[in-house]
Design a protein around this ligand. Structure first.
Ligand code: 5GP
Ligand code: ZN
Length: 155
């Protein structure tokens, strides 16, 4: 995958989420701590849809340091509690998109985790339809992953 590097993100200076973190761009802020900021999505998919971002610019989960990711995950967990309690959502889905530019649906290249309150009859529905497949395909995918993991983590 071709990744958008941290330098590219900063040099291009087109990172709206860096601008929101710094306060240059307004947003409806909900929560912040030393490592993360949570603010409302400008085009919400459901009532209360918000985003959690690290203060530090990092393009996506693949290029994130574990501590950035853990900080985002921790704040998202807190926001899930808030939307379940504060908005009376019946469910909360956490979504995080990454792409090399060909498939996937990441549009802003500053790591962010969507916190999506879910309600009966909301427009989102299920994220995918369950499909049955040849079990050997599932096993083959597992084999490729384990093979890659062993090689990658040996480096
Ligand atoms: P992605 O498609 O990268 O997973 O999600 C990017 C999200 O950022 C979208 O849901 C979009 O509505 C939101 N977004 C894009 N620009 C802005 C902005 O300037 N302010 C806020 N609050 N949200 C934004
Ligand atoms: Zn950024």
């Amino acid at each position: 995958m071709t990744r958008v590097t941290e330098e590219e993100g900063c040099v291009l200076r087109e990172c709206v989420f860096c601008e929101i973190v710094s306060g240059e761009l307004p947003a409806d802020h909900v929560y912040e701590d030393d490592h993360t900021v949570a603010f409302m999505d400008i085009n919400p998919a459901t009532f209360g849809h918000l985003l959690v971002v690290p203060r530090t610019h990092v393009a996506d989960v693949i290029s994130a340091e574990p501590h950035d990711w853990l900080a985002v995950a921790d704040t998202a967990r807190r926001m899930a509690v808030w939307v379940a309690g504060g908005l009376k959502a019946h469910g909360v889905d956490l979504l995080q998109c990454n792409t090399d530019g060909t498939v996937g649906h990441q549009t802003v290249f500053h790591l962010h985790l969507h916190v999506l309150p879910r309600y009966e009859q909301d427009q989102l529905g299920a994220w995918w339809t369950q499909e049955t497949t040849d079990p050997s395909e599932v096993t083959e995918a597992a084999r490729q992953l384990v093979d890659y993991g062993r090689r990658a983590e040996r480096r």
